[in-house]
Design a protein around this ligand. Structure first.
Ligand code: SAM
Length: 218
């Protein structure tokens, strides 16, 4: 996701420290202090402009949400959109998700979302893919046994890679869909799908959306 530098981003972030965290390691083991209610914590890595997590926070007041994004201008856009909603179950984190095990204690996170992660198609960039082995190890550390990772993408190659990577890591793959939007329509309201910004863009072009849920074994 490319965005222009936003001159107002620094001020907006500085003025809203109740909604955004710049040093997430400080809250390791204490994330519930950032929310109005103590309830299960769901985390998105690579949250972009926040459309998915704002939708989730509105649809699920019984859950707490943290969105991690490494680009300041992108996260500032998420913050700007979320502020008028006054969501007491949503926090933003400006950081690289690569360090996630330093941000959360083991089992502090109940579910993790990866939505339309950058594909990094070149083999030499494999380590940057958010479903590569090193990232999966970090996610496992914060989720603990029984925790779930939900992954959505339009990119068939990244989806195939991720299935192989997750299976090799020993995750249980479930809820696989090769055409999520058709499956959601056929489910007559049984299958929830909050759409992300990228998802809407790709779906509008007629591209199928792939989705899976991977579980850390008990
Ligand atoms: N999830 C959003 C969506 O579906 O609309 C945004 C998708 S965009 C293609 C990927 C986003 O992930 C970008 O905003 C990028 O900056 C962010 N990102 C990539 N690697 C990251 C990392 N290691 N930690 C945090 N964010 C990351």
């Amino acid at each position: 996701m490319r965005v222009r530098n936003k001159p107002w981003a620094d001020t907006l972030i500085a003025d809203n420290e109740k909604a955004i965290v710049l040093e997430p390691a400080q809250y390791r083991g204490h994330w519930q202090d950032r929310f109005a209610s103590q309830q299960p914590l769901h985390v998105e890595v690579g949250t972009g402009k926040g459309q998915f997590l704002i939708g989730m926070a509105k649809a699920h007041p019984e859950l707490n949400f943290v969105g991690i994004e490494l680009q300041k201008s992108v996260l500032a856009a998420a913050l700007k959109t979320s502020l008028p909603e006054e969501l007491t179950n949503l926090q933003w984190v400006l950081a690289d998700g690569q360090g996630i095990e330093n941000f959360f204690e083991p089992r502090e996170v109940a579910k993790l979302y990866l939505n339309f992660s950058d594909p990094w198609p070149k083999t030499r960039h494999e380590k940057r893919r958010l479903t590569s082995k090193t990232f999966l190890a970090s996610y496992s550390a914060v989720l603990g046994n029984g925790g779930n990772i939900q992954f959505k993408t339009d990119n068939r190659h990244l989806f195939e890679y991720s299935i192989m990577s997750m299976a090799a890591f020993g995750l249980d793959l479930r809820e696989l869909s090769l055409d999520l939007h058709t499956d959601v329509a056929a489910s007559e309201g049984q299958l929830e799908n909050i759409e992300t910004e990228y998802e809407q863009k790709f779906a509008a072009k007629g591209q199928p959306i792939y989705r899976l849920v991977a579980r850390i074994p008990e």
